[in-house]
Each structure stands twice: as structure tokens, then as C-alpha cells.
Design a protein around this ligand. Sequence first.
Ligand code: MG
Length: 301
Amino acid sequence: MKYVSFRSDTGPGVGVVLGEHVFPLPHGYAVSSDGAPLGLLELIQRGTPTSVPCSATAIPLSDVQLLPPIPRPARNVICVGQNYHQHSLEFDASGYNSTPGNGVPDRPVVFTKAPSSVIGPDDVIPVHSDLTVELDYEGELGVIIGRGGRNIPAEEALEHVWGYTIVNDVTARDVQRDHRQWFLGKSMDGFCPMGPWAVTADEVDVADLLIETRVNGELRQSAKTTDLIFDVPTLIATISAGMTLQPGDVIATGTPAGVGIGFDPPRFLRAGDTVEVSITGLGTLTNTVGEPGTIDPGETV
Ligand code: MG
């Protein structure tokens, strides 16, 4: 099923998309015992079955504002760097890796982005021009954990996945390089577009997905998940080896070759650019780049 978090005239909600309509989850699923609306994160944390009955009342998709599927993750978005061969080589060759290796890592490179960096489909990616002049995109497959666990074996890892979404791991390359650590350069407000929806794991063959990123309509990135250096089960096994994964955790699995610093000269994002990330069966995540102040970074759902 294809879940969305949305805001409509009647407030925020969670629903299932069928065709061009959203079917809000019915009372009892989408509200707590005291009547407060529940987000998708809370539903996942509660272990709510994914095949819930839909409301009979449909809302046209065009009448709602889509939010990130998980508007404010409970903790940092877990990210994997240099997880496609060609991207790993282009990153090391770019001069922007403060700790360059020998091209392809022999173990997953793991870092995180702040939860406050998450924005939704069609939200504006702020340029933060006071801090960076080297804004870059990274289209990625996002994994949403359903059942938590520690020391999860790779062969059981996919049983812990609730579903999948699209993430754009927006990065200030100059900040990433100059601070010799990736967190600041990847955690600014608006640097984690996510969506447009979250598709349950039963509908996704994660081993065979095509990821494409376009900037102003020009294809920049194109790769399949078969190109991953470390596949999703390996990532879950590695990350959970000493750290308990929790329901609702999001793992961004790494970006293919074709980011801005992969070009000579680099092709950074500018205000007015549009970035579209598409993944088989997961839709297209579209965001424009804009001046600071065009989003409200304090907005929560
Ligand atoms: Mg990335």
C-alpha cells in the first residue's frame, strides 16, 4: 500500500493513495485513545497492520498538501555514504572528500542527518547562501524500519523493513569538506526532502529498483539497486550490530554517480533549480531550490 502524510482543510492526516485520491485512515487507526491525530511514525511504532481498511471518503490528491511520510523522525536519519562504485570513485576524485580512501570502501560508511532537516515533496530546498555556495543533490532509496531489533542477521533483515520511500540527501559540499565531518554539511534545515509517499515492503522488490535524478529535467543520476556495494540486508545487519534499530528509523542507502561534484567543473544547485528523484514504484520526489525564508524550518506535524 502507498501511504501518505498530508494536510488538508481539516488538518493533518495519514492516508492511502489509490489512483489520484487519498483515502484517510478511519477513526481508530488514525487517532489515539484521547482523540489526538496519529502520524505515520506513531502507527509504525504501534505495529499497526499495513493492510488497514480505507475510509470510504476520498480526497483528490490535488486537494491536499503532501508532507514527508515521516515528517519528523524520532531520531537522526541514518545515511550510507559511498555505496555505489562509480559514485565512490567520483567522490574521492572530486577533492571534496576530506578523508579519501582507495575508491571503494570495504565496510559501509555510515553517518546521519538531523531530523529537523526533513522536508516534504514540493517544499523548497533553502540555498543557505550565507553558509554555502556549493549545494548538491543526492537521490537515494530510503528504507523505513518496521520491527526494531539489535544484531539483526542479514538473512532476516528484510523482515524488519516496513517500507520504502525516496530521500534527497542534500549536501553543502564546501561545509562537508571544510568541517572534515559530514553532519553539518548535510543537516541544515531543508536538506532532507522525503517522499512523496511510503510504499509498504510487500509491494517493493528492493533488489531491482531504478533510481534516477533529474535537475531541471536533465538526467544526472541513473542506477539500479543491483549496483549497491552493500545491499539493504547488509546495511541493516551492519547498522544494527551494536545499535538497536527502532520502528520508524529511516536509512538512506547512498547515492549513485552523477552528483554535482562528479562533473568537471562541478554543477552545483542554484536558486530556481528543480530536482526530481524517481524510483521504480516509489513515485517522484520533486523540490525546487529557493532563497532562505521561503520555508518555515520550525514547522512540525
Ligand atoms: Mg548520501
